[in-house]
Design a protein around this ligand. Structure first.
Ligand code: SF4
Ligand code: SF4
Length: 430
């Protein structure tokens, strides 16, 4: 694709990166076939190729974002099925990041929109604030009908029962069982520690059982993904820097073999830290090192290349694996969770249209609830067709999105691996 940025524009590193991305696109449109919003809406402007044109025009002219551009970029889920399909290696993720940043800087959203986005950015990354909001949501639920639509969507996603904070989410070092094979840091995350603390508990049990010492580093909170996807660069960089600093202290102290992430949206973000900070002289090296060490928990366990101990709990159980977009498209991790579940003794299948998003996508199911609901229902139907005993996925967002839409219990992959190797039965299966 021809581009027309001026030399002055190209002196900016972000614009130079955008230019390279755009020039890689041959506008073949292969990506449209796997784009969830194009599949639903059939509008070229709600496809990757259409959005690429919209962003090209907006960024080349450096014009304030128009309402039309904002509409179509806001509808993008950002979990890049288009990148998996693209034969030319177009890095749509970095392009849409720049598009969202430009929108954030140049477009004044309606008041309610601004309030909701501000509220999401100020609460979800902070577990204590998020817990308070969820308590308030419980009180507000009977009055949901009186609220604006998007607030109703948030209430529908709030859990009816809130688990207690877990002791594993406090800074500490948890020793390996037996001989230590590896030493890793675990990203405990933000919303996940509030909504589903059992995921980190299962992760710690599984890793330590396999001979891995787990560090929960002081200061490693939210990875910055949530605000990053809202186009808010400064807070996302600040949150990411805190995580990088915390892990760098551990690397320079007791040493680390890897940093482990069990929420795939966060993992995609951490693996991109090297790119995010490429021009920052203080952080470029540290960020790149962390990105290279980042592993999804399933990826890491597969790399250990050891026989999993068996409790016999998995025998005869049919698991449908829902491959989170952020894991399969954002990190190209697809085979490992399936193979581990099979190796642990489960009978594993996948739903049709496994490449399509379930509609969760960070805060998408709040900000674009109509499209998110359609994607959820479509995904739930394909899952139901596999008649599973259990549904497994590697992302808290998919769990929250699908929990009420499917009959089978949905759990994190690591909860099943923990149970199948000697841990307790996941609460959702009780
Ligand atoms: S598949 Fe790749 S090269 Fe083809 S239109 Fe989409 S982004 Fe461009
Ligand atoms: S990120 Fe997802 S929704 Fe956005 S253009 Fe790509 S495939 Fe479509």
């Amino acid at each position: 694709m021809q581009t027309h940025f001026s030399l002055a524009q190209l002196a900016d590193s972000d614009t130079a990166a955008v230019n390279d991305i755009l020039r890689a696109c041959v506008h073949c449109g292969f990506c449209n076939a796997t784009c969830p919003t194009y599949v639903l809406l059939g509008d070229e402007l709600d496809s990757p190729r259409g959005r690429i044109y919209l962003m090209k025009q907006m960024l080349e002219t450096d014009a304030p974002a128009s309402r039309e551009v904002v509409t179509h970029i806001d509808r993008c889920l950002s979990w890049v099925a288009c990148m998996t399909t693209c034969p030319s290696g177009v890095h749509y993720q970095h392009l849409v990041d720049q598009g969202r940043k430009h929108i954030e800087e140049t477009y004044r959203r309606p008041l309610m929109d601004r309030l909701i986005r501000w509220g999401l950015a100020m609460t979800i990354p902070y577990p204590s604030r998020f817990r308070l909001v969820l308590r308030a949501a419980k009180v507000a639920r009977p009055f949901a009908g009186l609220l604006p639509k998007r607030l109703r969507a948030s209430l529908a996603l709030a859990p009816r029962r809130m688990p207690k904070p877990s002791p594993v989410d406090k800074p500490q070092v948890i020793a390996a069982e037996g001989t230590r094979r590896k030493r890793v840091a675990l990203l405990n995350g933000c919303a996940q520690t509030v909504l589903a603390p059992q995921i980190n508990e299962a992760t710690v049990r599984l890793l330590t059982r396999l001979g891995v010492e787990v560090v929960v580093a002081d200061g490693a909170g939210c990875c910055g993904s949530l605000v990053h996807h809202l186009g808010k660069v400064d807070p996302s960089h600040a949150q990411a820097k805190a995580v990088i600093d915390a892990w760098t202290r551990e690397i320079d102290g007791g040493g680390l073999d890897a940093v482990i992430i069990n929420s795939s949206g966060c993992g995609t973000q951490v693996k991109d830290y090297g790119f995010m900070f490429r021009d920052d002289p203080d952080y470029a090296h540290k960020a790149e090192r962390i990105s290279l060490m980042a592993r999804d928990v399933s990826e890491f366990v597969a790399e250990l290349d050891i026989d999993l101990p068996s409790s016999g709990n998995a025998a005869g159980l049919r698991v449908t694996y829902q491959s989170a977009c952020s894991l399969q498209h954002g990190q190209s991790v697809h085979r490992q969770p399936r193979d581990l579940l099979s190796a642990a003794g489960f009978t594993v299948s996948e739903p049709a249209e496994g490449h399509l998003c379930c509609g969760s996508a960070g805060t998408y199911n709040i900000l674009q609830s109509d499209l998110a609901d359609q994607l959820r229902d479509r995904k739930a139907a394909t899952i139901a067709a596999t008649t599973p005993d259990i549904v497994a996925t590697g992302n808290i967002g998919c769990m929250t999105q699908l929990a009420d839409a499917i009959d089978a219990p949905i759990v994190h992959t690591v909860e099943l691996l923990d149970w199948a190797t000697g841990g307790p039965k996941p609460g959702a299966l009780a």
